[in-house]
Structures are given as C-alpha cells and as structure tokens.
Design a binder for this molecule. Structure first.
Ligand code: SAH
Ligand code: F3S
Length: 477
C-alpha cells in the first residue's frame, strides 16, 4: 500500500553521490508525506550546487538536515527524539551544523532555536532557495540562521530535483504547493502557505526528462491536486484578479493530466491527493480516456457524517461524497479508491461514528489511512472547539474502522484474483529475494517469482493466484 511505503520510508536517509567535485557531506533525513520526500530532492539539488553530496553515514556529515512533519503530535515527537540523538555527535564535532526543514520548522519558527538548543538552522518549505545564503551567513558570523517566510509564488519550477533514494523507476513531481482549504483540524495551511500551481511547461519538461532517464511511473503531487490552476503564476485565490487573456488560457488539472499522459504515453501516471470538493467529472473522463493514467484515486473524506464534516470545514456533505463515489464507479469502473479518516474529532458522537462505518461499507474502499484526532496548536479546531472525545473512545473507534477496512481491503483484493494484471516491477520483495515486488494500476502491491528475462522497470503481465488484505500473490503469465 502506498501509505505503507511512505510509512516504511519515515526517517529514510536520502542519498545519491551526484557530483565528484563536491567535498562536503549532507545527511538528509525525511519524514511525513510524499511532498516532503519530493522537497528533499529539491533541497539536495540546491545544496549539490553548493558543494554538498548526500551521505547515509552520520559520522561523516558536515550538515544534518531533518525534513519534518507536523501533521499529528506523534510525528513531532518522533523528530524531537531524533534530534536529541544528535546531541553526542555535536559534542564530538562542534563544527557540525544541524538544521530543521519543513512543516515543524514553519510551525515553531524561532521557538525551535530556543527549545532545541542543538538546532542551528530553521528553514520553512518555501525558503529552500535561501539555504546557501543562510549557510554562508552562519559560517561568517557563527550565529544561528532562520528563514520561515512563506511565498505566494514559489513552486521551485526550475529546479531539477536530485532523484534520491528511489528505485530509478517511480518518481514524484510536485505540481501545486500549499493549501487554501482550511480544514479546521489541519496544520498544513499554516505550515505550507497559500495554494499555488506550477507552470505546466516546467512540469512537462520534468516528466520528459524522467522518461529519458528510464523512469516508468510519475506521481503528480499536491496537497489538493484537483484544484490545480495555472494562469500565469500567483496564488489560486487571486485568479479573480487575472487578466481576461490569463483566464481564457488557464489550464486546469484535467487539462494538465491530458498533457502529461499524451506527452509520456509509455509510462504510468498517478496523482495524489484529491479533495472531494474539488474533484470534477472532467478528471474522471481523462482517467477513462488515457490507458496510462492509473485507475486509482486517493479521496480522503475524514468522516462519514455531514455535521462532523461541517465542523471540520470540509465543503461537502455525506450525500455529495457518495454521489462522487457513484460517479467514479460509473465513469472509471475498474478504479480503486482509498481514503483518509479521522475518528474522535471534536464532539463526535457514537451515531456520527457509525455514519463513518456505513460510509466505508458503501464506498468499498481498497485501502485506508486512519487516524485518531490529534489537536494541533493554532488550528481553528484548537481555537474554537473542545478536543472532548476521550482517548479510550478514540482508540476503540480507530480499531473499529481499521478492522472494517481490513475486511473491505480483503474483499477488494479478492476481486483481483484469477485475472491477469499489468505490473510495473519496482524492486525485490523485502520478504523473499527470489521474488519481484510491483504494483498494478489500482495501486495494489503484487509479489511474484523472478524470472531470468525480467528486471526492475519492466511492465509484465502477472496472473494473481492468491492474496492477503495487503498483498496480491501471483506468477508471470
Ligand atoms: N491534502 C493532504 C492531506 C494532508 S494531511 C494530502 O495531500 O494528503 C493527511 C491526512 O492526515 C489527512 O487527510 C487527515 O486524515 C490526517 N490529519 C490531518 N490533520 C490531522 C489531525 N490534526 N489529527 C489527525 N489526523 C490528521
Ligand atoms: Fe489539510 Fe484540508 Fe488542505 S486536510 S492539506 S487543509 S485539504
């Protein structure tokens, strides 16, 4: 499962020796969402120009950077623990610089320097271009450095990411940054700023380069991807102020998908994340039109009850969401759907929770990423609502939805049995060296015995013969 891949990547150190002339070493560890992993590749690219090669040996690092996540309290605790482990290292190596990037840097700003004394550098998600200057300033005057200014325009469009730590087959391409949705529980609008879209031609250029370098799958990334709208730059909120020409030539997400799928016909295209309120039928028609757009939609709903959705400031009702599910099933019948769900949000009653369970039954999700509500300081929910569902109840409700999802996942996996599916080989199975690991269009993971003629990056037809709720098991057909 995609989330599992990301979960197993938490804390992954991204490495690629990319410039023989570089003498300094960067240890870059990433946490959180796919966007953070994609951002780390941009950071590595910027610092590569400044004489840094990446390393996975902490001992040889001149610079340690943690790209952090603030989405739930637990994510922040993990980072704090990790930072404390660098303490001894700093004592041995006083010249070592430790920096914090990403959402936690943005949320805590100067507080970080006050609270975590071993942190020298704090840089928010829109300020990575300033990293070389900040490092130079630190070198010159020996003081700490910080830049957490959020931008309305920055999309890093012209920066060619150093593809780190991946399998050389699948890559992320960021197409929007920030989020304007202001879901009341969510810290992202505060840590990643206003929503803005990237120049489509720079996106196509990056995709073409990936194809030239033998990549076989591209995942377009955005916090709210269906909201993509290019009209010449600037935040989406200012679209009303655009000129008539800009409005007439604007490109939306469905059009962008069409462009990418047409330009790169021999590779797979995925995208994430779709917000139900912004997912329109034209995107579904584009998925149906192009064979190379994977039949999989990650469609977080957060709750199955309209009143909870209202308290969360999600801009749709339960019924509207169910209509969207029907539309997906009608226009892209073979589509897999996954969700994000939060239990125990402020004031959630037992009845409201039951609505979540019944919505899940209706949607027959393939996968699900499920969380207990974690109050985040500064969010509208924190300011205006009480986090009043006891932890024990949150835990019980979480177990209930996880158990239900496992049953739904198994049902969906069974529907793939005894059929032939096209699989992109991504690597060797972690459990068995003799087996390949890959995914079908619907994003389900498949393992199958290796053959002499197959290699990583090949598309192969696999007959699925068995399954668990998380994995399909098959043989090359
Ligand atoms: N649009 C984003 C969503 C980011 S957050 C994307 O691209 O994935 C990912 C998920 O974390 C959300 O969909 C939500 O289910 C969960 N989440 C966000 N804030 C949370 C909080 N305060 N407590 C628990 N879960 C949360
Ligand atoms: Fe967060 Fe809602 Fe945006 S979950 S990332 S504010 S769509």
């Amino acid at each position: 499962m995609e989330k599992k891949i990301i979960e197993s990547r938490q804390g992954e150190v991204l490495v690629k020796q990319s410039n023989v002339k570089n003498s300094k070493k960067l240890f870059l560890e990433s946490y959180g969402c796919q966007m953070n992993f994609s951002d780390s590749e941009i950071v590595a690219s910027i610092l590569n120009e400044e004489g840094y090669n990446t390393t996975n040996e902490l001992d040889e690092a001149d610079l340690i950077l943690l790209n952090t996540c603030s989405i739930r309290e637990k994510a922040e605790q993990t980072i704090r623990k990790r930072l404390s482990q660098f303490n001894t290292l700093k004592k041995i190596k006083p010249k070592l610089t430790v920096g914090v990037l990403g959402c936690m840097a943005e949320r805590l700003k100067t507080k970080f320097l006050e609270e975590e004394h071993l942190v020298d550098l704090v840089v928010g998600p829109d300020a990575y271009r300033d990293l070389p200057n900040l490092l130079k300033d630190m070198e010159e005057d020996g003081r700490n450095a910080i830049n957490v200014i959020l931008s309305k325009e920055e999309t890093y469009a012209d920066i060619n990411p150093v593809r780190l730590g991946g399998n050389g087959v699948t890559a992320f391409v960021s197409i929007t940054r920030g989020c304007d949705n202001m879901c009341t529980f969510c810290v992202v609008p505060f840590t990643r700023g206003r929503e803005r879209s990237r120049d489509p031609y720079s996106i196509i250029k990056e995709c073409r380069e990936l194809v030239e370098n033998n990549y076989k799958e591209i995942t377009l990334l955005g916090q709210n991807i269906d909201s993509y709208l290019w009209y010449g730059g600037g935040p989406k909120k200012d679209f009303a102020k655009a000129t008539e020409l800009q409005k007439a030539t604007a490109i939306n997400f469905a059009q962008l998908l069409d462009m990418v799928a047409t330009e790169c016909p021999d590779i797979r295209i995925r995208f994430s994340t779709s917000n139900p309120q912004d997912m329109h039928e034209d995107v579904l028609h584009m998925m149906a039109k192009h064979k190379n757009i994977c039949k999989y939609i990650h469609l977080p709903v957060q709750s199955g009850n309209t009143n909870v959705l209202k308290r969360m400031n999600r801009q749709h009702t339960r019924e509207e969401y169910l209509c969207l599910i029907d539309k997906i099933r009608q226009i892209v019948p073979e589509c897999a759907i996954s969700h994000d769900m939060i239990v125990g949000f402020c004031g959630e009653t037992e009845e409201e929770h039951k609505d979540t369970l019944s919505l899940m039954e209706y949607a027959k999700y393939d996968f699900g990423y499920m969380f207990a509500y974690s109050e985040r300081p500064g969010t509208p929910a924190h300011k205006k609502m009480a986090d009043d569902v006891p932890l024990e109840i949150k835990k019980r409700r979480l177990t209930e939805i996880i158990n239900l999802q496992q049953k739904l996942s198994l049902d969906r996996m069974k529907s793939y049995l005894n059929k032939i599916h096209e699989v992109l080989i991504e690597g060797t199975s972690k459990k068995n060296k003799e087996e390949w690991y890959g995914r079908i269009s619907q994003n389900a993971v498949v393992v199958f015995p290796k053959t002499k003629t197959t290699k990583v990056g090949d598309f192969v037809n696999v007959k699925v013969e068995d399954c668990t709720s998380a994995t399909l098991i098959g043989k090359i057909a």
